[in-house]
Design a protein around this ligand. Structure first.
Ligand SMILES: Nc1ncnc2c1ncn2[C@@H]1O[C@H](COP(=O)(O)OP(=O)(O)OP(=O)(O)O)[C@@H](O)[C@H]1O
Ligand SMILES: [Mg+2]
Ligand SMILES: [Mg+2]
Length: 551
């Protein structure tokens, strides 16, 4: 069984995200608990029954995530930070490394890193240091990046994330990945390759922008887990406001370190897939890389410690030529920046100007509710399912939309969530719209649900009204109901007549019901609704038909 799973996955030209995860066993695990095995074909000799036993592989994944700090200016200079500005329009002398320029640390960036560290359960170092990391690249004018290598601002944290598992993906499990450290560092510039002129142009707008590098311990074991962890981190950063974390704008870039080994043996050699800026591609890149390494090792080859890139068009990883071999970064202390000293309530010097210190406790007291807390509150407050609370938070603006509707309608939140997730979200996805772009406002949806709740319209009529509301012509739900005459028919006599006509015209169905097949009744109810364009009161219709058919 295990071997057959392996064969299938090795033969598949591309890994499907989830193939590997499906082979893992066990709940959340720390590193001491080895990640679940992946079936492999490594021959281990014959078992007593004469079958060849197979040693499984274990995949190990560790992420380094660069999050662009949400700040108006850069980490060490006053230049503005702005996406898609004209090239080289946001560059100070310091960003261009002109001699004689000096770094001046941006307080906002320090606060963002402390806030993020606290939200990720890290210890915040009251003293941290800046270092120079040297490498030569055209978009790094100084020849080094200022980072925190020896003593970063935050260490030893953890991040809990949830994902769906099981054959039908209907079971949610929560796992934890340890955070090794969070360091402050500068971003580099951007190289723009002009193939037609065989030129490379440099844009330094991004050079010196503040980044937080979040380094995770190698506690994960599949692309799916990594994608779920990154999504949770993204939500946390956005909740804190420490990074906008928009992946499509390069504000959250992930390097995925991947290795495989046999259980009980030392961790394998890792490769590093660089600069992935989509959760979906991250999952695909990791799962591809795991299978590639297993295949390589099973064919007698070796895995080399190299950096690779993910080609999303081909769905595979390829070696990067620019950083082959082990690089010597010649780390050295940054001589132009003193140690970064933070304080807390206890160590706050007397008579200090608050502008001149960063107080960890002050930041801790002002942390907003994190996504995990918000989800629990949503479940408790509205009685919705935990998995629905995930969807509400995962879709940008959906939770606010839901809460606005709930505030303005008498409908039970448990019913409202169905309309939001099944009807609204389905429509938005189908038309590739964000919640903010929804043609139907929360107020109009609430009005519509109120009409339904009060029994003014049926649920099928409500769907028709929604169809009209998508057109965004400014008409209120009530106006649409009146114009299209969609009010619920509750007149007993009128409904009796319609039901009678349906019964008379469908004698075969009537016989079926009388023979004891009650399901056919729904067909007759459906026919009444078709005649009335969904306006008949379904409760009354059912009563009338049941009475008529029992005679
Ligand atoms: N055997 C392994 N398999 C998979 N991942 C690993 C393994 N060993 C370490 N890692 C992961 O590799 C990453 C190492 O990141 P770190 O920033 O410490 O070093 P680096 O990659 O050498 O530096 P750089 O910041 O220059 O990329 C961590 O995320 C860690 O979890
Ligand atoms: Mg790193
Ligand atoms: Mg790395």
């Amino acid at each position: 069984m295990a071997a057959s799973i392996l064969r299938r996955s090795l033969l598949a030209p591309r890994c499907r995200a989830g193939d590997v995860a499906a082979l893992h066993s066990g709940p959340s695990r720390r590193r001491a608990q080895a990640p679940g095995p992946i079936a492999s074909g490594r021959r281990m000799g014959k078992s007593p029954a004469g079958e060849r036993s197979v040693a499984p592989w274990v995949a190990v994944v560790g992420l380094e995530i660069h999050a662009q700090i949400s700040s108006n200016s850069k980490l060490f200079s006053g230049s503005q930070v702005q996406f898609a500005a004209p090239p080289n329009s946001l560059v100070s002398f310091f960003d261009a490394s002109l001699p004689g320029t000096l770094p001046a640390l941006n307080r906002r960036c320090v606060e963002a890193a402390v806030m993020t560290g606290l939200a990720l359960n890290c210890s915040i170092n009251k003293k941290s240091l800046f270092d120079r990391k040297h490498y030569f690249y055209a978009d790094l004018p100084a020849g080094y990046q200022i980072t925190q290598q020896r003593l970063p601002v935050a260490v030893n944290g953890s991040l809990s994330y949830s994902l769906c598992v099981g054959g039908k993906k209907n079971q949610m499990v929560t796992r934890t990945v340890r955070i090794k450290q969070i360091q402050l560092e500068q971003d580099s510039g951007k190289s723009l390759h002009d193939d037609t002129r065989s030129q490379t142009l440099i844009d330094l707008n991004r050079a010196g922008v503040g980044l937080m590098e979040v380094v995770m311990e190698p506690d994960m074991s599949s692309g799916e887990e990594a994608a779920a962890a990154v999504r949770e981190l993204q939500l946390i950063l956005q909740t804190l406001g420490s990074s906008q974390a928009i992946m499509a704008e390069g504000q959250l870039r992930v390097d995925a370190n991947v290795s495989v080994h046999h259980p009980g043996e030392a961790l394998g050699v890792r490769t590093e897939v660089k600069n992935i800026n989509s959760a979906r591609f991250l999952a695909r890149a990791i799962d591809y890389e795991i299978q590639r390494q297993i295949k390589e090792l099973e064919n007698g080859g070796t895995v080399i410690n190299e950096t690779r890139a993910f080609d999303y068009k081909l769905g595979c990883t390829i070696p990067m030529r620019d950083k082959e071999g082990k690089q010597d970064y010649r780390f050295m202390p940054e001589p132009n920046l003193p140690p970064l000293i933070l304080c807390d309530n206890k160590s706050l010097p007397a008579n200090t100007n608050h502008q001149h210190v960063v107080n960890i406790d002050w930041i801790r007291e002002r942390l907003p509710d994190l996504p995990s807390v918000r989800r629990v509150k949503l479940v408790e407050q509205y009685g919705i399912l935990p998995e629905h609370s995930f969807t509400l938070l995962n879709e940008d603006g959906l939770m606010e939309f839901f809460e606005n509707v709930v505030r303005q309608t008498q409908m039970n939140p448990k019913k409202v969530i169905g309309w939001i997730l099944n009807v609204m979200l389905g429509y938005l996805k189908q038309h590739n719209l964000t919640v903010q772009e929804s043609p139907v406002s929360s107020l109009f949806l609430a009005d519509l649900l109120n009409l339904l709740e009060r029994g003014t319209i049926s649920s099928s009529a409500a769907k028709q009204v929604l169809e009209e509301l998508w057109k965004a012509e400014g008409k209120t739900p009530l106006q649409i109901v009146e114009e299209k005459k969609l009010e619920l028919i509750q007149d007993q006599q009128e409904l009796e007549q319609i039901c009678q006509a349906v019964v008379e015209g469908h004698q075969e169905e009537v016989m079926e019901i009388k023979k004891g097949n009650p399901k056919v009744l729904n067909k007759l109810i459906g026919l009444v609704q078709r005649t009335t364009r969904g306006r008949a009161d379904p409760v009354l219709v059912k009563q009338i038909l049941e009475k008529r058919l029992s005679q």
